[in-house]
Design a protein around this ligand. Structure first.
Ligand code: ZN
Length: 693
């Protein structure tokens, strides 16, 4: 099943979300990174001059000026693909949640319902001996169901059942629910492309030597996993080639990530008869019956060409090939909940080979992430109660309103936009809902049966619960109070169909948001994050949705052209930057994020100036107030990343690498050049700065 935000590929975040395959990899017990739980969150100040490298000229490379010492002092830990201020804070939160879960996992009558749920879920995950003892027994009934398929006509009913217990859209396609593009108040069924084992369709189509090597390693990994299921090496080898052949054809028929940034390319509402006509060999009524989707009178098929290819492949491959394909995706999707042999093999390919991670994260960390992923609003309640003061919520809300006020005055005086479009833009701005910290009502997980000693079963039941919860929304009015991130998450997002900006409690902590220090670094850091999410409502994707969240063009033709011209300045700029080796940023993929970084910093700067206009701001620690704003702005991004991870992110990540998220922005801001007395011709001074919002 496809959770809403996987449907869109559209969730827009300040920092990089961990892909699932990194999150909960494999299973050797313990590692050097084990350490101990935290019972209070450590404090780090939001502007840290000891993180800087003053030997670097800020006008040449501001990122390394602001972050150079941080990077030297904070080598990437062996269990991480990248390590930055966000990931360090994430790990602090994880250690804190670990403490909560260790306490909650102790059996006893004093535990309340929530503590019992999260404690038992965590205990089952930590019980590796039970996982080893169970072996592949938990897969037995599912493997038998695949073996029992008699003809391809049995496939739809099988997938309808199977998809309920699978996160994401690994097996052939994804099916779930989401808001109707043209009427955001309605939730309808969605069918999406999927079916791949590599992280992106480009891995199958690129012809360079590294991509060819990656495909070879992938085929070897598939073979290895099938051998672990009991196949002979020769049989598994032949089967891995079949998987590769099917997935390559599916990949070629899939849209690229850049194409998927255009919502109109994903908007195809079909009747069941029209969907059936795309895939005559796949009986959708069988699928709907077992998935028990409540209303399938209309289905948004995000990529019709993909489903046409599915039809072709169903005709081209015998049933046995499909059984192989299904077995691979079954074991692939469940690898983290199986014995160490599976878990390790999964880690070795997806984390070690593809991302350069040297060592499996310790089991406690993977189990904390699992509870956060599956019972996030239960665990989140405990996190909020222990860490998030009402005063923090109030001050974050106040800052959000100030930044929205800055955007309003900016829109009113924008030289390139006509009055008519300005009115629509203001309507959209006024329609944005600010969500701060945590949801008003908590999700109830009490219907999930959680058993100590049954990790595999718990995850399966939690996944089915989530799939059913998503499907049950179809035909009902949209719930605008829902959150797409859990409270401890160190991240933020804008949702174009909800038209809301969301800041979990986890991102509103020092060093990112620090009530102990003055305004300059707080506006530079969290202010720019708020501005970033707000600007997403008006980036190249977000601007296509109106105040209600409907996909609707509210721009005059000439204003849209003016926008495109300015956005192109930004994508041309970022396309020049090198990620690694000869790989450049794909400026069309990162455009929305780059626009949000630029607009967000500008709005935060304006809001800060406006808030402090009556104050007599003085230099501190040798820095002027403006310099402190920009150093605060840069230091959220201090960090480093492994070369393999950079290579993978160049394909899959809509965010530019950290250093360009800072240097790309400040070089477009004359205010920065003035603050550091930079001269025309220096790298941090664009002769013709890009500016949109
Ligand atoms: Zn973003």
């Amino acid at each position: 099943m496809v959770p809403k935000h996987f449907v869109f590929y559209y969730i827009t975040v300040r920092s990089t979300l961990f892909p699932l395959f990194l999150c909960c990899g494999a299973g050797v017990l313990g590692a050097q990174t084990n350490g101990s739980p935290l019972f209070a969150l450590p404090y780090s100040p939001s502007l840290d001059s000891s993180s800087m490298d003053r030997s670097v000229d800020p006008c040449t490379d501001f990122y390394h000026y602001a972050c150079g010492a941080w990077i030297k002092k904070n080598p990437i830990p062996p269990d991480q693909a990248r390590w930055d201020v966000y990931s360090k804070l994430t790990e602090d939160n994880e250690r804190f949640l670990w403490g909560i879960l260790v306490a909650a996992s102790k059996p006893g009558a004093s535990r309340n319902v929530v503590e019992t749920e999260i404690g038992d879920y965590f205990a089952a995950c930590m019980d590796q001996p039970a996982v080893e003892k169970a072996g592949i027994a938990p897969l037995k009934s599912e493997l038998e169901a695949i073996a029992a398929l008699h003809t391809l006509r049995d496939l739809p009913a099988y997938l309808g059942r199977q998809h309920l217990g699978m996160a994401g859209n690994g097996m052939l396609f994804g099916f779930g629910s989401s808001q109707d593009y043209e009427d955001s108040s309605r939730v309808i069924a969605f069918a999406d492309a999927g079916g791949l084992g590599l992280p992106d369709r480009d891995y199958y189509t690129k012809t360079d030597a590294k991509s060819q090597e990656t495909r070879q390693k992938y085929v070897e990994h598939v073979q290895h996993m099938l051998e672990l299921l009991g196949e002979t090496p020769a049989m598994a080898k032949a089967h891995a080639q079949i998987v590769m052949s099917i997935e390559t054809d599916l990949a070629k028929a899939s849209l690229t990530r850049v194409e998927k940034r255009d919502p109109y390319k994903l908007f195809h509402k079909l009747t069941p008869a029209q969907l059936q006509a795309l895939t005559p060999s796949f009986r959708w009524d069988g699928y709907f019956e077992t998935s028990r989707a409540p209303d399938t009178s209309v289905i948004n098929v995000s990529e019709p060409a993909y489903f046409k290819e599915v039809e072709k492949l169903l005709a081209a491959h015998p049933l046995d090939d499909w059984k192989t394909y299904l077995r691979w995706h079954l074991v692939h999707s469940k690898a983290s909940f199986l014995p160490a042999a599976f878990d390790n093999a999964n880690f070795d390919f997806y984390s070690k080979y593809l991302r350069g991670v040297e060592q499996m994260p310790p089991r406690w960390k993977r189990c904390v992430r699992r509870v956060d992923g599956d019972l996030g609003e239960a665990l989140g309640q405990e996190f909020v109660a222990k860490t998030f003061a009402p005063a923090t919520k109030q001050s974050a809300l106040k800052m959000t309103k100030e930044i929205e006020a800055s955007m309003e005055s900016e829109i009113r005086q924008l030289p390139w936009m006509g009055e008519e479009t300005k009115q629509r833009a203001l309507e959209k701005l006024h329609g944005i809902v600010n969500k701060i910290g945590y949801p008003d009502k908590w999700r109830d997980y009490s219907s999930i049966q959680i058993a100590r000693g049954d990790y595999f079963g718990n995850v399966e039941r939690a996944t089915v619960f989530e799939s059913r919860r998503e499907l049950a929304k179809i035909g009902k009015p949209v719930d605008r109070t829902e959150w797409g991130m859990t409270p401890p998450t160190v991240n933020a997002y804008y949702d174009p169909q909800m038209n809301d900006i969301n800041f979990p409690a986890g991102v509103l902590q020092p060093p990112l948001f620090d009530p102990k220090v003055d305004d300059a670094p707080n506006y530079g850091d969290t202010g720019a994050t708020i501005g970033h999410e707000l600007t997403h409502g008006f980036d190249d994707e977000g601007r296509q949705f109106d105040a209600k969240g409907d996909l609707k063009d509210w721009w005059t033709k000439s204003d849209a052209e003016e926008f495109e011209k300015r956005a192109k300045c930004v994508s041309d700029q970022y396309s020049q930057y090198t990620v690694i080796d000869d790989i450049k940023i794909n400026g069309k993929l990162t455009l929305g994020e780059d626009l949000a970084d630029l607009g967000g910093t500008w709005l935060a700067y304006l809001a800060w100036k406006s808030e402090t206009k009556d104050q007599d701001l003085q230099p501190m620690d040798g820095f002027t107030p403006d310099q402190r704003f920009f150093i605060g702005m840069a230091q959220w991004a201090c960090g480093d990343e492994r070369p393999e991870s950079k290579r993978a992110n160049a394909i899959t990540n809509e965010h530019s690498p950290d250093e360009y998220r800072i240097n790309g922005v400040v070089s477009n801001m004359p205010e920065f050049g003035k603050a550091f007395a930079c001269r025309v011709g220096q790298p941090m001074v664009h002769s013709q700065p890009c500016r949109v919002w």
